[in-house]
Design a protein around this ligand. Structure first.
Ligand SMILES: Cc1cc2nc3c(=O)[nH]c(=O)nc-3n(C[C@H](O)[C@H](O)[C@H](O)COP(=O)(O)O)c2cc1C
Length: 509
């Protein structure tokens, strides 16, 4: 199911009983975080919040803020237009199984084909609601003009026309030691200058002033690869950042799609409607016509990198300042009824647990095409994405757990996995207690751990260098005689099912 705007999505959440409106003014500096953090920590991820009157330095913003809109399994499924995230995964898996791939390249190619097959190819359109209000960033208006109170977008009220700059948008300062305000749910569009291939990635944006920002595409991400080509050729790099529109967009921007597969194909496939793309006004890029905000601009390769951060990050710690490119804004455009989408990251669990978890579920069929023995994969919240990955396998031959470790460490963003635990197929990988039980009972630390090295998540503060670190694989599967295990493996204690059933009936267990 497609949503026409972020406001449309928010209205859908309200109809589904998944939204809490906050009518009192709440400051974009820290206060929205305090509120959202409590909500995200409540059972199952709490509700989405619509902050109707966010304030910036005490002044009301004309745009409401929606936060935690993807922060539960139910909301994630609603965003993808399905009853459950598993149903989305099953459909994509079935589509790809039309022709079994013979290798990883084949699987990636097939993924692209499968997405296109479903009429997911984006369409170019001449105009879009995202450009209803246009402001080219020259000259710059004052930041403190008191704008009228935020409209009630759920009742169809719209924002009055006026020229916004970055400083007028309700951009959050999330945590006390953050280096400033950060756009936390931005979809960043770039192009490979050699092939023209488009990429949409989610990379946070730090506001430096009304017209310049940092852009935090990490070393191993696709936009950073595009950026390196522009730095090599010295040409200005066009960048378009959009916010809002259909919630499938931020999901697609965070999904670990192989480099070269257009995220708009995935978004179109998920929403069962092609993404309408409109040309930006000041850069040669296209953005979804139904987006809520678009920030257009460029990165200039002749300009030195600038320190970005600190930022209270996914890891639960602050990421310390590191040099990143500077983004110059040439235009800000928006819908009249724009809703500003935000999230916060920090000590888990947070909204990103569900976004990342949905990615793993949706891409599980693709993992399985290369590793048919994989039953399930979990990234427990405590492991904040890649610090801890648990995989269950149907083990049939010696050292199979090690094959899976090496295979996953070599697959896309799975390369960041710090601890990789392999368990047997009868373990529910989403039950961390069950996993710890097998890990402790089924392993001999000296025999069953594999220490190696590889690329690390640049956010990992414990590695000796940025982007380089150690990895540990733990084989917590039942050991086979072919693995040098000469003793008999004991059976797991389980009650006779008939006796259990009898007792359950008798004592209402
Ligand atoms: C809320 C959120 C914020 C993120 N922020 C960043 C970021 O600042 N920098 C980054 O490189 N990746 C960030 N990511 C992860 C990327 O979006 C993710 O790795 C994505 O697949 C990158 O796209 P790419 O493979 O096209 O580069 C974030 C993910 C989420 C869910």
């Amino acid at each position: 199911m497609a949503f026409d705007s972020f406001g449309d999505w928010v209205r859908g959440l309200e109809r589904a009983g998944e939204l809490r409106r906050v009518r009192q003014p709440v400051a974009t500096e820290l206060e929205i975080t305090a509120l959202a953090d409590a909500e995200m920590k409540s059972p199952g991820g709490g509700k989405a919040l619509l902050i109707e009157h966010p304030t910036i330095a005490g002044v009301r913003s004309p745009f409401p803020v929606a936060i935690n809109t993807l922060g539960s399994w139910k909301r994630m499924a609603l965003a993808l237009g399905a009853d459950s995230v598993d149903a989305v995964a099953a459909e994509l898996g079935a589509l790809m199984h039309a022709k079994p791939p013979t290798g990883i390249r084949d699987a990636i190619h097939l993924l692209g084909q499968a997405l296109e097959l479903r009429h997911a190819r984006p369409r170019s359109v001449r105009e879009g609601a995202c450009q209803e209000v246009v402001h080219r960033l020259d000259p710059v208006p004052t930041a403190t003009t008191p704008w009228p109170a935020a409209p009630d977008i759920l009742r169809g009220e719209t924002t009055p026309e006026y020229p916004p700059t970055l400083l007028d948008l309700p951009i959050l300062k999330c945590w006390p030691l953050d280096g400033g305000r950060f756009v936390t749910l931005p979809c960043v569009v770039t192009r490979d200058p050699d092939t023209g291939e488009r990429n949409v990635g989610m990379y946070r944006i730090q506001i430096y002033d009304r017209q310049t920002t940092g852009v935090h595409w990490q070393l191993q991400k696709v936009a950073a690869r595009h950026g390196r080509r522009y730095y090599e050729t010295g040409r200005r790099m066009p960048v378009a950042i959009f916010l809002g529109g259909d919630p499938a967009y931020p999901f697609a921007a965070t999904a670990p799609l192989p480099d070269g597969i257009d995220e708009f194909l995935l978004a179109g496939y998920l929403r069962k409607k092609s993404v309408d793309l409109v040309k930006c006004l000041t850069v040669d890029l296209e953005v979804p016509a139904d987006a809520d905000f678009v920030i257009e601009g460029y990165v200039d390769p002749v300009e030195p990198l600038r320190m970005e951060g600190p930022f209270g990050d996914h890891t639960g710690f602050y990421t310390l300042p590191e040099p990143y490119p500077v983004f110059h804004v040439t235009a800000v455009t928006h819908r009249r009824d724009a809703v500003y989408p935000a999230t916060i990251v920090g000590v888990p669990p947070m909204e990103d647990f569900y976004i990342g978890g949905a990615s793993v579920k949706v891409f599980l069929p693709i993992f399985r095409m290369n590793f048919p023995e994989i039953v399930d994969i979990a990234l427990p919240a405590e492991g904040v994405f890649h610090n801890l990955v648990v995989v269950s396998i149907r083990k049939t031959y010696p050292m199979q757990a090690y094959k899976i470790m090496h295979g996953l460490w070599g697959m896309g963003q799975m390369m960041f996995t710090k601890y990789l635990v392999v368990v047997d197929d009868d373990v529910d990988v989403h039950d961390t207690s069950a996993v710890l039980f097998r890990l402790c009972s089924n392993t001999d630390p000296q025999r069953d751990t594999l220490l190696t090295r590889g690329p690390a998540d640049v956010l990992d503060h414990a590695t000796p260098e940025v982007g380089y670190g150690g990895k540990m694989g733990i084989d917590a599967t039942r050991k086979l005689s072919g693995e040098g295990f000469k003793r008999p493996w004991p059976p797991l204690i389980r009650m006779d099912p008939a006796v259990r059933e009898k007792m359950a009936k008798l004592f209402d267990l």
